[in-house]
Design a binder for this molecule. Sequence first.
Ligand code: 89Y
Length: 344
Amino acid sequence: MPPLRFAIFGAGAWSRMQLAAWREIGGTECVAIYNRSRERAEAFARDLGVPAVYDDPEKLLREVQPDFVDNITEVGGHKPLSLLCAKHRIPCICQKPMAASLQDARAMVAAFARAKTPFFVHENWRWQTPMRALFESLRAGIIGAPFRARLTMISGFDVWANQPALRELEQFIMTDLGVHLFDTARACFGEARSVYCQTHRTLLPAVKGENVATLLLSMGEARTSVVIELAYAKTPLEREVFPQTQVFVEGPLGSLELSADHWLRVTTKKGTHARRHAPPRYAWADPRYAVAHASMVPCLQDLLGALRGKSPGETTGADNLKTMELTFAAYESAAKDRVIHLRT
Ligand code: 89Y
């Protein structure tokens, strides 16, 4: 099968990592790079062997006619550049978070539906090695229908050192990190029925947005009570586990615990079975982000299968709209200090 020819939009650090992940799976060829600043695009092309460089995205689409675009720009580029792909009926993968507002996310999904063109969101958290092991245990019904769960990501890691733009977001931790955990919770427990959320801004003025959030959700048919705790704060912690998500799930037949260093413990009346689900190591991955970077590989494999029409793909734009609805409902809940009910 000939490789799918694709273009990358955005020549930042994340694009470099993502191109390495694409090359890991094979079956695609990056044929062009677009960036607002031509110098950055040229440096990217030189370093990574990409044959064509553009500082005009529409010209790229017209001249190169890629099979798909991987839109790896900052959030401000997600809507305009994805809509450009829809206009040219070129399938597009957009980096998370899909958009900076629910209205924009809805407009994007609608534009691709009208253009009858595939649209996906690069949402990799649910593809983390230990998370997939957790899904398997949940789906196998080992603990029965879960009645309560907790997903925690509390960290003092300096995420702003590598991603300084995160300092400027008025809506920070839930659009940057929350979307990942919300999406993972949806994959585990079903759609959110309601959400109550409280947020804190403890790093003002250096970080504009909220950097702490606590949510209580009711999810899925089992109406699982799901608590999500998020923090990028300077609180001293005994153990730093960035970027690992810790999970605890209770059901009538047992409990599941995903804890530090990728250990999954399954406890039933027979006792506890513990197994470590470490992510594969890749030379191109930043070891400080190991489990997150490694998860790009199965995520892209899934999206490639979908682009080839072999499978629906887990993280379609339409599916990710539910994650966006939950994210903005959580902001609304925090602003109004009340429970928000979502359409399921
Ligand atoms: O931007 C975020 C992401 O997608 O994963 C972790 C991160 O780099 C910092 O929160």
